[in-house]
Ligand binder design. Sequence first.
Ligand code: NAD
Length: 248
Amino acid sequence: MFRLEDKVALVTGGSRGIGRAVCTTLAGAGAHVIVNYQGNEAAAAETLDQVKAAGGQGEIRQFSVTDSNAADTAIRDIAKAHGRLDILINNAGIAMDQLLLRVSQDEVEQTFSTNVAGAIYCAKAAIRPMMRKKAGRIINLSSVVAELGNAGQAVYSASKAAVIGLTKTLAREYASRGITVNAVAPGFIDTDMTSSLPAEMKEWIVSQTPLARVGTPEEVAAAVLFLASDEAAYVTGQVLRVNGGMYV
Ligand code: NAD
């Protein structure tokens, strides 16, 4: 079950955290994984080492998802080199937490540029080779806060809610082309993104989580693998929540 032999997958922001776990999980299932990174080549190379250690194959590819031309060129190159792009994981994301009254225009623009526009640019470029094969999987990383809200995350939660709207629309737009589009909405996952949160905040989050612990990147990656697999062929436009029961 959930094998990805002969499939080519692109994971944005694959150099660490959830993106890295997705890269190694997809590679372990047999996919050729392209590890996208923005700036940290050494970290991306480390992910690639882990991909190979998982028995898989892959390569690293630098571009910022905020640059539509760069994303388009990279995805065209990948599709040309491999003759296909089967799976796109829009994982790259940033969070700039701030109470609304302190939020700057720059924070709004940077967050939406990465989390929303970045997913749109990559999806737009990936749809073309997927349409040629009449098959494809796009999986977008949303968040529990898109549906639950969270004080201090007005901009981030709005961007992650936008990702759900994007997911549902693309699911409808490309269903007839054999392409499914789903979102994975993690709860609190132990990564660099969450490491700076104060201890009291983490304790409070765990107290609000029925499974009474934080999640791991591998637990999110397992949900991504399911949605990327042939077995998920009848699942599209959905939000798969991986949050320990925080939002039910
Ligand atoms: P992380 O900060 O550890 O990793 C994010 C990755 O995205 C980094 O490698 C970063 O370099 C990359 N990135 C940022 N901007 C980029 C750009 N312009 N182009 C290419 N890459 C870029 O975060 P994470 O915790 O692994 O989160 C991964 C995804 O899951 C994000 O979309 C995040 O919003 C989402 N998420 C995380 C949690 C959590 O608790 N950690 C919860 C819900 C959703």
